[in-house]
Write a protein that binds this ligand. Structure first.
Ligand SMILES: *[C@@H]1O[C@H](CO)[C@@H](O)[C@H](O)[C@H]1NC(C)=O
Ligand SMILES: *[C@@H]1O[C@H](CO)[C@@H](O)[C@H](O)[C@H]1NC(C)=O
Ligand SMILES: *[C@@H]1O[C@H](CO)[C@@H](O)[C@H](O)[C@H]1NC(C)=O
Ligand SMILES: *[C@@H]1O[C@H](CO)[C@@H](O)[C@H](O)[C@H]1NC(C)=O
Ligand SMILES: *[C@@H]1O[C@H](CO)[C@@H](O)[C@H](O)[C@H]1NC(C)=O
Ligand SMILES: CC(=O)N[C@H]1CO[C@H](CO)[C@@H](O)[C@@H]1O
Length: 857
């Protein structure tokens, strides 16, 4: 039966993909927008980076877009619908056969009102070694782009080739460093040759797969370079010619679609300069020519996080405000969310000091689950803006002052069609009058009036529910029998083979084959002494051993990588062995002259005696790495011991096996009891962890480390932890992550947004159907296959606080909980009207809100 479905699906999909693909056609632009196939477009775009998720993942494949939490009325059916039903019916089997994460992320982006998926091209992932290319699995950019195309979305391809992106070395392959005379990202022949070779290779790949819109594919924009203006001054006269060369080189590749340079206000024609940042609504200086549209290529939905930092929480309201302002003020017609889904920095792909989880705060969280209210609030914003597309793209653009800190931006078409954005920049709520009608604008908010009358959406009024994740341990690794350990040998001068007469520089020596470099030295002493040891390092982490015994550690931090270790150590009469393990935590991804970046030890002093020019031994990598003891095959090459059988000293490998937890919820390892190291599942690195490097509040920057279900077999999965410190594997657990709670908070005066005109387009205020649909209500929705099992809190009245922290106020309908239970219990989604007929009126004359917090099981 499954086989028949598989065959049917393959055949039908093939047919449908001829009929339904986004056949974009020519892409041009003018001062208003991109023009695709002769049509101007307002486009919302979301960054999703293919290597930061897995092509396969049964966990998320079950989340069909037609069963997503959805507060809005169903969208107008489109021609592609049958294709989508078919695809998702077909995903049913993929669940058994393959399961896919990319398709699910893209589908959720589409459902969230995203038109374009934006990705970088990660050069050092594809060409780790010069001339050897890898475009398979998570690196399969072609399949990723084709998946976007299959779902009818466009693609922006940011080739770079320098990409920054909190990706190790900004995406540049480390072998570039060995090319004589190379200076990256400047008017430098050796670099230009390599940059042109790579850019050309990618463009040709895309052309041969017909992926540019000009050839019928989904790619509508390409990017060359990346935020170059920031570092251009450092290159003096070598900067500007490089910009001109890069633009000309890119344009010469004749992709048939426009090129952009982000944050480059002097981007040479016809390359479009675009804005990156959190506040392009306020900070953008505008396109550098009246013939270029205002495009925002990076609007940070949050900020990447480094070890030692806590996550930056950027509210849905703040993002929506900046997006609406950019559109209103600059006639912005393209906004990209960086990131829409961040994902995971698997392996050693994170740049210096960047944590393994990437933009977990994005509208789709690290695991690919919808993050509310961000996802839902932006979806409503997109829909409201789209209602105004026509005036936005072709109307006259004017502004009117509505007050000291209030402005209206108006888009008026000659035929009469009109859209307006009412902006309150001020810190206080304001009442304004626009075209003879009164409007209430909450502080720092924008109301969108797609017909210059109806407030379809306000950026500060969040209608989407809040969701809260919960972590539930499905397996504990708390018995010593479950673990085995392997102690890394601490090398000494005699058994390290390589020799140098100075301290070798780390990057040059390791070529980034490993995070680790051992430095060893032999030191003769006339007597037993307590001596002061000083080790200066250029980065990033140091563990010091004297005569095989650990004496101390130290580390730098993000953008401040140098540090020193000072320690009094005991030296014996005779020969002493000093061993230093220097570790890098990813390579720097930003700034000028990246080719000159260095790491490892700079100076070693004993009682002020400089040993740097002595004879040193060194060794690249750990023995466990060389033997790949984190793989099934490699793990048998060493003898594993019972947990705790060796002295409590840093630098051990821990090994165990586990079965995949039942169900489809995302899973992650809770490594809160570990120190620093790297975790491997079935031979694949799920990333570095660093729990000991805490935030100023004394918490780990990251506790949970995503284990994609795609990495797992049903039983007997090999888990190996490489621990540099003294972490305790007995407290590690494998946790399931689910949305356990949903909460909504809506006031009586808060009408749900208009995401679709239900009446005539010229707003007839007496359209009763529309009025009925816009009554205030709290709408809750559990994830697929879960129902509301319990109402944790409900109050119709004036409850205080928000969804995080609430209590009943002076006004409270005593039947609130009973009413909500009646409507919601046992249902996956429910909608509760703020109606005095139902709740009664506990305090006439006082404006009321309804706050409901419920549990999904
Ligand atoms: C309104 O438009 C004028 C001229 O078009 C411009 O100078 C002014 O900066 C605009 N005001 C705002 C608040 O954008
Ligand atoms: C860099 O770190 C050192 C200590 O390791 C500290 O003294 C210095 O202030 C830091 N610099 C910056 C810019 O944070
Ligand atoms: C709406 O209804 C009122 C009274 O019911 C009426 O006076 C008015 O003309 C109607 N407006 C429109 C646009 O139909
Ligand atoms: C919750 O709100 C109450 C009162 O509004 C406040 O006293 C308390 O500190 C808040 N708790 C938290 C965890 O924010
Ligand atoms: C959820 O509720 C639906 C009816 O709304 C019911 O069919 C289903 O069995 C329930 N599921 C669970 C897990 O309770
Ligand atoms: C990472 C980064 O550069 N963040 C910047 C984003 O934009 C805001 C304001 O525009 C800056 O304050 C941040 O430093």
């Amino acid at each position: 039966m499954e086989m028949v479905r598989l065959l049917l699906c393959s055949f039908a999909l093939l047919l449908m993909s001829f009929a339904c693909n986004s056949d974009a056609g020519d892409v041009t632009y003018d001062g208003r927008s991109l023009i695709i196939n002769g049509e101007r477009k307002v486009l919302f775009s979301g960054s999703i980076h293919y290597p930061r998720s897995t092509p396969e993942n049964p966990a998320t494949a079950t989340t069909k877009p037609n069963s997503l939490p959805d507060q809005s009325p169903p969208q107008k059916p489109e021609i592609r619908l049958p294709y989508f039903f078919l695809r998702f019916w077909c995903y049913g089997i993929n669940l058994w056969v393959l399961g896919e994460m990319w398709p699910s992320l893209i589908a959720k982006a589409k459902e969230g009102g995203i038109d374009v998926i934006q990705t970088y091209v990660f050069w050092n992932l594809h060409e780790r070694q010069q001339g050897k290319f890898d475009f398979s699995g998570r690196n399969d950019i072609i399949s990723f782009i084709k998946e976007v195309q299959n779902q009818g979305l466009y693609v922006t391809l940011r080739i770079g080739p320098f990409i920054e992106s909190e990706w190790t070395y900004g995406g540049l392959p480390i072998w570039l460093r060995d090319i004589p005379g190379i200076v990256y990202r400047s008017d430098n022949e050796p670099f230009k040759i390599e940059m042109e070779k790579w850019t050309t290779r990618i463009v040709y790949m895309m052309k041969s797969e017909k992926l540019y819109a000009s050839l019928g594919g989904p790619i509508i924009l390409s990017q060359i370079e990346n935020e170059y203006k920031m570092i251009e001054p450092a290159f003096h006269e070598r900067g500007p010619p490089y910009v001109r060369w890069a633009a000309a080189m890119a344009v010469g590749l004749q992709t048939g679609v426009p090129w952009v340079m982000c944050k480059q206000d002097d981007a040479p024609d016809p390359v479009i300069n675009t804005c990156n940042g959190m506040k392009c609504g306020e900070t953008f200086t505008g396109p550098n020519s009246p013939n270029k549209p205002a495009l925002w290529t990076e609007n940070w939905t949050s900020q990447y996080q480094v070890y030692g930092d806590k996550p930056l929480l950027r509210s849905a309201e703040d993002i929506a405000y900046q997006v609406a302002l950019f559109i209103a003020k600059f006639r912005g017609s393209y906004v990209n969310y960086y990131m829409y889904h961040g994902g995971t920095n698997f392996g050693r792909s994170a740049s210096a000091f960047v944590i393994t989880s990437y933009y977990d705060e994005a509208p789709l969280d690290e695991y690919g689950s919808v993050r509310q209210p961000k996802w839902g609030h932006l979806k409503e914003l997109h829909a409201a803006v789209k209602l105004a597309s026509n005036p936005l793209l072709s109307g006259d653009h004017t502004n009117v002052s509505l007050g000291e800190l209030q402005d209206a931006y108006v888009f008026q078409v000659k035929s009469g069609e009109c859209a307006a954005f009412l902006v309150n920049k001020g810190p206080k709520d304001a009442s304004v009058v626009f075209q003879n009608s009164p409007y209430q604008l909450p502080r720092k908010s924008i109301s969108i009036l797609p017909d210059c009358k109806t407030e379809a959406f306000n950026t500060a009024k969040v209608n989407a529910q809040q969701s809260t994740r919960s972590w539930q341990a499905t397996q504990k690794f708390d018995s010593t029998e479950r673990w085995e350990e392997y102690k890394e040998a601490i090398p000494n001068f005699d058994n390290t083979v390589s020799r140098a007469n100075t301290l070798p520089e780390q990057l040059f020596t390791t070529k980034d084959e490993s995070d680790y470099l051992w430095y060893t030295i032999s030191l003769k002493q006339d007597s037993n002494t307590q001596s002061k040891l000083v080790v200066q390092s250029r980065g990033h982490v140091l563990h010091a051993f004297v005569n095989g015994v650990f004496v101390g550690s130290a580390h730098g931090r993000h953008r401040n990588e140098s540090f020193s270790l000072e320690q009094t150590v005991t030296l014996n009469k005779g020969v002493n062995s000093l061993s230093f393990l220097s570790a890098m935590v990813g390579l720097s991804d930003s700034g000028a002259y990246l080719e000159r970046r260095v790491g490892g030890l700079r100076k070693v002093l004993i009682e002020e005696r400089d040993l740097s020019k002595n004879s040193w031994g060194y060794q690249v990598g750990l023995s466990g790495e060389k033997l790949e003891i984190y793989t099934d095959a490699g793990s048998s090459k060493v003898e594993w011991n019972k947990l705790g059988s060796s002295a409590n000293q840093p630098l051990k490998w821990f090994k165990t096996h586990f079965d995949a937890p039942a169900g489809n919820d995302p899973i992650a390892l809770n490594l809160g009891s570990m120190g620093k190291g790297e975790a491997f599942v079935n031979g694949q690195s799920i990333g570095r962890y660093w729990v000991l490097f805490q935030t100023p509040e004394g918490k780990p920057s990251q506790t949970w480390y995503h284990v994609p279900r795609a990495f797992l077999k049903p039983t007997g999965n090999l888990l190996v932890l490489l621990e540099e410190e003294n972490g305790d594997p007995l407290k590690v657990s494998l946790d399931k992550i689910s949305v356990a709670r949903v909460c909504g908070h809506v006031s009586e005066t808060h009408l749900p947004p208009v995401v679709k005109w239900l009446g005539l387009k010229t707003q007839n205020q007496n359209n009763t159907r529309k009025n009925r649909d816009r009554r205030p209500k709290v709408q809750l929705s559990c994830p697929p296959k879960r129902n509301i099992s319990k109402v944790l809190f409900a109050s119709f009245g004036n409850p205080s606080g928000d969804c995080q922290n609430y209590s009943t106020g002076s006004c409270h309908s005593s039947i609130s909980t009973a009413i909500v239970e009646q409507v919601c219990i046992g249902k996956r989604r429910c909608s509760i009207l703020l109606s005095k007929n139902r709740f009664g009126d506990p305090c006439p004359g006082i404006s009321k809100t309804l706050l409901v917090d419920a549990q999904c099981t």
